[in-house]
Ligand binder design. Structure first.
Ligand SMILES: Cc1cc2nc3c(=O)[nH]c(=O)nc-3n(C[C@H](O)[C@H](O)[C@H](O)COP(=O)(O)O)c2cc1C
Length: 143
């Protein structure tokens, strides 16, 4: 997957990164979450969107990175998806490179599992600027 498109002359990569949290609707089951992951794996490569989705204690934390118009469109779609409510944007920034180029939507459903946490830490905690996201992930899991 490409890291984003170069804008001719601007020297910048058109990439946006958004982290949000939301509450799962009361009726949401594990199967719903698996359906969401399946939709992500089906759609996100076409949209050049990568990231991760954590489902923990009936809440979602999702990181989306990709072309700004695609990220905005998907965010709108998710905000209107009745499987979740109360979307709150925690972080929104222009990015120069993807943190998760290989994850069409990494599912970290049971985040209590040590390997999942270590995988995220390995990507974000290497001193290259992913610390803000890691801080939000930790805050989310502690709350
Ligand atoms: C918390 C949450 C995260 C979601 N993340 C994605 C995503 O990354 N990619 C995606 O295509 N759909 C995602 N969805 C599902 C979309 O809202 C929508 O149902 C889906 O894109 C429709 O896909 P389809 O037209 O292929 O059925 C998410 C839904 C929720 C509730």
């Amino acid at each position: 997957m490409p890291g984003g498109r170069w804008l001719p002359g601007s020297g910048e990569v058109a990439l946006e990164r958004v982290l949000y949290r939301s509450d799962a609707a009361e009726s949401v089951s594990t199967q719903d979450v698996l359906d969401i992951i399946a939709a992500s794996e089906r759609n996100n490569p076409k949209r050049e969107i990568t990231g991760f989705l954590i489902y923990d204690s009936d809440r979602f934390l999702q990181l989306l990175e990709g072309p700004p118009l695609e990220v905005e469109a998907l965010l709108g779609e998710i905000a209107g998806d009745d499987r979740n409510v109360g979307m709150e944007i925690l972080l929104s920034e222009t990015a120069e490179k993807r943190w998760f180029p290989d994850w069409s939507m990494k599912r970290l459903i049971s985040f209590g599992s040590i390997p999942a946490q270590e995988e995220l830490r390995a990507v974000l905690g290497d001193g290259n600027g992913g610390q803000a996201i890691l801080d939000e992930v930790n805050r989310f899991l502690d709350s």
